[in-house]
Every structure is written in C-alpha cells, then in structure tokens.
Design a protein around this ligand. Structure first.
Ligand code: ATP
Ligand code: PRP
Ligand code: NIO
Length: 488
C-alpha cells in the first residue's frame, strides 16, 4: 500500500546537508526534541482537525534509503564522503514520536507531534512530516466547516480530477472522510481506506445517446435501484427533470426506485425547489436531490438559507485544493537538546511575539470542566509535570497575562500520546471509522462559540507558570548575551 522506497529523499536538500555537517562534526547522534505545530488557524475557523498521522507513521516506520537514492547522492556536487553514504545505507528511523489523535480538534501553538531522536533522523523527516500533516489537516479542517453547515446531509468528496496531484487526491479524500464526509468518488481511496464510494454519471453519458431519455433509461436499466441521473445537460426543468421523472415512474412500475437526480449548474436553490416540487407531484418523494458545482461551505450555507431542497452535496475543487487557504503554514521547531543526559530547552526569538517558540520538552492537557462537560482550554506543560485535578487550576493567556481564569472541578486529559518508541510502532492506530466517530463526539466537548464558522471565539491555549517562566528567562538571557556582545 505504501511503497517503502523512494521516500527518504522526499526532503529538502538542506536536511541532508545538515545531516552531513553533523556527521563530519561527530555530532549526528546527539539527541534533540522537535515540535510540529501551526501558528494560525486556517479559513478563519475556530479549530483545526488534526490529520496525517497514519501517513506519517507509515513513512517513519518504513523509511529507508534505496540503492538508487545512495547512487543519486553520490553523484551530487557536494561529493559526500562514502562513509556517510554507508551510514545512510543502514539508516532506520529509531526515534520516539508523541502525537495527538487523528481527528482531534487542535489549536495554534500546541505541539501536534513531539519528536525525540538523533539530530540526523529528526532533520531528515521534517520536510515530509510538514508536507503530510499540513495538507491533510487543511483538508480535514475545510471538510469540518462543511460538516458544521450541513450536519445531517450526505457529503460526498468529488475532487480527484481537480486535486494537485494523485497522492493529494487520495489522502485528501481520507481527510474529508475523517472530518465527517460520508463518501468519496475516488475508488483508490475506497480500496485503500475502506471509505464508502459513491457517484452518479457525467454529461458525456447523456451526450453519447441520441436522446436524454434514452440515456437515462439505459443507465437506469444497469442500476435499477441506485441511479442518480444528471439532469442539466440540456435544460434542467424543461428536459432533464421531466425525463428523470419518466424513468423514475417506469422504474417504479417494475418494482424499483429512482435513487436521485443531480443538479450541476444554474441557480441551485431555485432549481432544487422546482425539481423537488415536480418529483413530489409525480409521487417520487423518496428520490433525492444531489447538487454539485463549485460548492464550498459558503455556497452550501447560502443555499440552505434560501431554502434549497438539496439532500446531498458533491464537493470537489474547493475542498481538495483547500481553495481559499492552500497551505497550513505548519512548522517544525527545535525545542530541546540533550546535554549530559538532560534536556536543555532552546528557543527561536522573533520580533513578532507570536512567533517566539515555546522551549523545552512539553506535553498538552485539555482541561474539561466537570460541571458543563465542556473544554475550558488547553494547557501546555513541561513533560513530566502532572496536574492535580483536586486543586483549583489557574489558567492565563501567555501573551496577555492579565487574562486569568480559575477552574475548579475539572478533568485534565493528556493529548500527546506515545505512538512510536525507538522506531517501532507501540500502539495500534485506531481505524479510520473509529477516528471519524471520535471526531464527531469530540465536537460536543466544545462550546458552539468555538465551532461557528464566522468570527469564532479564540479557544485558550495556555502555558503552565513553570513553562511560561522558562520561556521568559530564555528570552531575557538571549537579549542579555546580545547586549553584552555589542558592548551595551
Ligand atoms: N442560489 C444560489 N445561491 C448562491 N450560489 C449559487 C446558487 N446557485 C448556484 N450557486 C453557485 O454559483 C456558482 C455558479 O457557477 P458558474 O457561474 O460557473 O455557473 P454554472 O451555473 O455552474 O454554469 P456552468 O457549469 O454551465 O458554467 C457555483 O459556485 C454554484 O455553486
Ligand atoms: O465543481 P466541483 O466542486 O469541482 O465538483 C466536481 C465537478 O466535476 C464534475 O464536472 P466536470 O465538468 O469535470 O465533469 P462532468 O462533465 O461530469 O460534469 C462534476 O460535474 C462537478 O461539477
Ligand atoms: O459521481 C459524480 O457525480 C462525480 C464524480 C466526480 C466528479 N464529479 C462528479
């Protein structure tokens, strides 16, 4: 299913260059910790849906340099030392990975993955992990927005033909399903992940017959109970819908049922209302109306507000390409170096306070109020720090520290769980169907204010006082050093 070869070089050249420089320096086996996270929620949404872990795990556990990879590296102008290439020949990912569960609602600045291992292996994998997780999280989040608007309708992913390449189509289909879509048109995604597949027929089918009626009859004869007829090839209300009704009635006489019609152009609100009326008048009340045509959460919302009678939505381009925000902007930052068996936190300073990294090996807790059953915020703490659920907890905003709240009766749920230890998968990943169910359940943990599409409330992601203190001290220490170096 996932070819083991060919992925080691799915990385930026600078990773190999740094690996080599570390090897020359003898420091390539030093242990480091990296966090993978994003800084800003996509699409103006109030949350993101974490996706891409299964792909990341497959990649990490199967990562090898092939003989061709080594040959290719040997030809590079850097003239890598053959002993380095020999090391790559035996390369395995032997690090540790802690991760959020796929389908979890996640927020800016909290680690989605924490990676621990040698600098050599952790540098190599940065690019691919950002690639997989950035894209899949983006599509899952986009799909979740559509699910918010149409929680009870059937949502079908139709995007493969418009996707930015084949792998994106397949993994995008999986991400959409994870976030609540019901089906995909992509058969490979169906085969690989067990996602239900669905589809109708194209305009070519209708154009290929002398008449629309003949086209519909022929299709219905092949699928007497599953046909969804595309009614807009010539004239939706004057030709497509009447012909579909005729075929629907013929099917009924033979003890079958016309499953649906599909609208793919024109004013979908008006056409769906008219088509519903015509179908109902003819007694075809259980024939569903499917719509497609450049849909996204905005058009779906607008169509619903216009009273459109659409039961099922086929969404392509705008979902699979994450049309209005094509990159999540996820980052992978060094947060600690092991020195004499101890983790030393490191920091990256920025003139923008939001971009200053949070140092150290950390974990994340979700604080859930026991009275309301709702999440009050996520708390990032130093790894190993425990939270006493019997003591009141003070949460404060990491930048606007005067924004304080006290939580009394709460549960602290640890979000980062060990997934890979010393290169081996140590837990069975839940099935995609289970993850999808858990994602839907998890939504009920959040107040509506965080889930709405337009101008959602900012969900708190706070730092423990100890972590906040470490961050401040490191910032101050670095500025002190710079001042000293400049003789100030
Ligand atoms: N009632 C409606 N309210 C808001 N948006 C609509 C409504 N009906 C359709 N739309 C959206 O308007 C856009 C219309 O797209 P476009 O201008 O390409 O025309 P079309 O009807 O699809 O025709 P064609 O496919 O023949 O080019 C689509 O994004 C569609 O989802
Ligand atoms: O609009 P999207 O959200 O991207 O959904 C996918 C689109 O792909 C198909 O059109 P296409 O013109 O490619 O083929 P067709 O002749 O079968 O309609 C389908 O009819 C949808 O309109
Ligand atoms: O099955 C369909 O109707 C379909 C599939 C892919 C793209 N557009 C439509």
């Amino acid at each position: 299913m996932y070819p083991a070869s060919g992925w080691a070089l799915h990385t930026d050249k600078y990773q190999i260059t740094m690996m080599y420089a570390h090897w020359k320096n003898g420091s390539h086996r030093q242990r480091k910790a990296f966090d993978l996270y994003f800084r800003k929620l996509p699409f103006g949404n109030g949350f993101a849906v974490f996706a891409g872990l299964e792909r990341a795990v497959q990649y990490l556990t199967q990562l090898r340099f092939t003989a061709e990879d080594i040959r290719y590296l040997a030809e590079q102008e850097e003239k890598y030392d053959p002993a380095f290439l020999d090391l790559l020949r035996d390369f395995r990912f032997n690090g540790d990975v802690y991760a959020m569960r796929e389908g979890s609602l996640v927020f800016p600045d909290e680690p989605l993955l924490r990676m621990e291992g040698t600098v050599m292996e952790l540098q190599l994998v940065e690019t691919a992990l950002l690639n997989f997780i950035g894209y899949q999280t983006l599509v899952a989040t986009k799909a979740a927005r559509m699910k918010t608007i149409a929680p009870h309708d059937t949502l079908m992913e139709f995007g493969t033909r418009r996707a930015q390449e084949a792998e994106a189509a397949v993994w995008g289909a999986r991400a959409a399903y994870l976030a609540g879509f019901h089906a995909t048109s992509n058969m490979r995604a169906g085969e690989q992940f067990g996602i239900p597949t669905k589809g109708t027929h194209s305009h070519a089918w209708v154009q290929d017959f002398d008449s629309e009626l003949e086209a519909f009859r022929t299709f219905a004869a092949a699928f007497p109970d599953q046909s969804v007829l595309l009614v807009d090839t010539y004239d939706t209300l004057k030709s497509g819908v009447p012909h579909a009704i005729q075929v629907g009635l013929e099917l009924r006489e033979k003890g079958h049922r016309l499953a649906g019609i599909r609208l793919d152009s024109g004013d979908l609100a008006y056409l769906s209302k008219e088509a519903r009326h015509m179908l109902d008048e003819a007694g075809l009340t259980d024939t569903a109306i499917v719509a497609s045509s450049d849909l996204d959460e905005d058009t779906i919302l607008s169509l619903k507000s216009q009273g459109a009678r659409i039961d099922s939505w086929g969404v392509g381009t705008k979902l699979i390409t994450a049309y209005d925000q094509p990159a999540l902007g996820a980052v992978y930052k060094l947060v600690a170096r092991e020195q004499n068996g101890e983790w030393t936190p490191t920091i990256k300073i920025s003139s923008n306070p939001d971009k200053v990294t949070t140092p150290g090996v950390k974990t994340v807790y979700r604080i859930v109020d026991q009275n309301s059953g709702k999440a009050r915020g996520d708390l990032i703490v130093k790894q190993g720090q425990t939270i006493d659920e019997n003591q009141p907890l003070t949460l404060f905003h990491p930048v606007h520290t005067y924004r304080i709240k006290k939580v009394k009766r709460f549960r602290a749920i640890q979000l980062l769980q060990p997934v890979i230890r010393a290169g081996n998968l140590i837990t069975e990943l839940p099935s995609l169907h289970e993850l999808r169910d858990r994602h839907q359940e998890e939504r009920s943990l959040f107040w509506e204010e965080y889930l709405r599409l337009l101008n959602p409330e900012e969900y708190p992601v706070d730092l423990s006082p100890e972590l906040w203190e470490t961050k401040q001290q490191l910032v101050q220490k670095i500025y002190r050093t710079i001042r000293e170096e400049n003789g100030e």
